[in-house]
Design a protein around this ligand. Structure first.
Ligand code: SAH
Length: 340
């Protein structure tokens, strides 16, 4: 069975032509799937009986199985979804003042091994397919009766370690004939896979790009993020320059504040020097507790001092507010507690 959520509009057209149907049927089917939210091929009343019969036999439009749905006091929803082969993933919906923002997972587990992140406690079992990425959006929209307006690929997994499926996903959800989520409403976050940052600069459809930096020098960054051994900071910064030259899109650097580790004002100065002139901005993230690790969150006073220092040095910055901490749905807390 082919899950049609995995096809871009172009790919669906090719698939239909290869099976002796018409390319324009793809637009009709996209409309049924993403605008009218059809759950069966039978409902697709403007398709020929023959095409509907073919689709029913060869294809599916399967949502994910909801194994658990938790709601936080601040309106954050966390889902545990079952996949067809028994694996499970987590997806988080956040109510923001600008809309409904969905945080999707890109892999089952993660191999990046960042020393502060719960998602990496389980090694990667496999990549998610593009239909599983899209189905996270479709299943949450149905369960919550809402329209997802913003997407962040910041759940479990490293999106640039599953590049092709993530690119296809961005294309599918961005398509004006489908969910039509704008490129600027989609953010892909990477720990810094340099060749893929460069590749992303050349994609016709691209989203906002966020890079998890978390340290302004190689010694410290390698200590807390082992990927830095493979792709050190000078290569990341060079890739960001090329990315900006090609796309004119501002990059976000995420910087997790870990008490006594990376939050000194001297490091704020180093960070400013590192990214000056890049037209980037820094998103400071409060550390969310993970019981296996001994890191502590930087207190608010110090976080504000770090923030002020960046601003004083001419670096644009924001301090991210935490959501969903009471249900372990905040950044870096996603992992499969129910399976343990
Ligand atoms: N692998 C990708 C996307 C997933 S993580 C990446 O590394 O960017 C999304 C963000 O949450 C990253 O910036 C990550 O470093 C951060 N994060 C990880 N653990 C965290 C924790 N315990 N508290 C707060 N943020 C965390």
């Amino acid at each position: 069975m082919i899950n049609l959520y995995g096809f871009t509009l172009g790919e669906l057209g090719e698939f239909l032509i290869a099976n002796d149907y018409k390319k324009f049927n793809a637009t009709q089917i996209f409309d049924w799937m993403y605008v009218k939210k059809a759950r069966t091929f039978e409902e697709m009343s403007n398709l020929s009986k023959d095409l509907r019969a073919f689709l029913s036999v060869a294809c599916a439009i399967d949502l994910l199985t909801v194994k658990q749905h938790q709601q936080s006091a601040d309106g954050t929803h966390k889902f545990l979804f079952g996949l067809h082969d028994g694996y499970a993933i987590e997806t988080v919906l956040m109510t923001q003042d600008y809309g409904m923002s969905l945080c999707v997972s890109s892999q089952v587990g993660c191999n990046m091994g960042c020393s502060f992140c719960a998602s990496g406690l389980k090694k990667k079992s496999r990549d998610l397919t593009s239909d599983e990425l899209v189905a996270q959006v479709m299943t949450v929209e149905k369960e919550c009766g809402i329209k997802v307006t913003h997407l962040v690929v910041m759940g479990t997994g490293e999106p640039f370690d599953n590049y092709d499926n993530v690119i296809r996903f961005v294309q599918i959800v961005n398509d004006a004939k489908g969910l039509a989520i704008g490129q600027r409403h989609i953010t892909v976050s990477t720990c810094g896979i340099v060749p893929k940052i460069l590749a992303y600069a050349d994609e016709p459809v691209r989203s906002n790009l966020a890079i998890s930096l978390h340290a302004p020098n190689d010694d410290l960054r390698t200590k807390i993020m082992k990927i830095n051994k493979k792709y050190p900071l000078d290569e990341i910064i060079e890739a960001c320059k090329i990315y900006f030259d090609k796309t004119s899109r501002r990059i976000t650097f995420e910087y997790l504040l870990l008490n006594g580790v990376n939050d000194s004002l001297a490091l704020a100065d180093q960070l400013s020097d590192l990214i000056r002139g890049l037209n980037a901005y820094v998103n400071l993230i409060p550390y969310n507790h993970v019981s296996e690790f001994s890191y502590q969150r930087t207190d608010m006073t110090r976080a504000m001092q770090f923030y002020d220092r960046l601003i004083k040095r001419g670096i644009a910055a924001t301090l991210r507010k935490e959501q969903g901490g009471d249900i372990d749905a905040a950044c870096g807390q996603l992992r499969l507690k129910t399976e343990e």
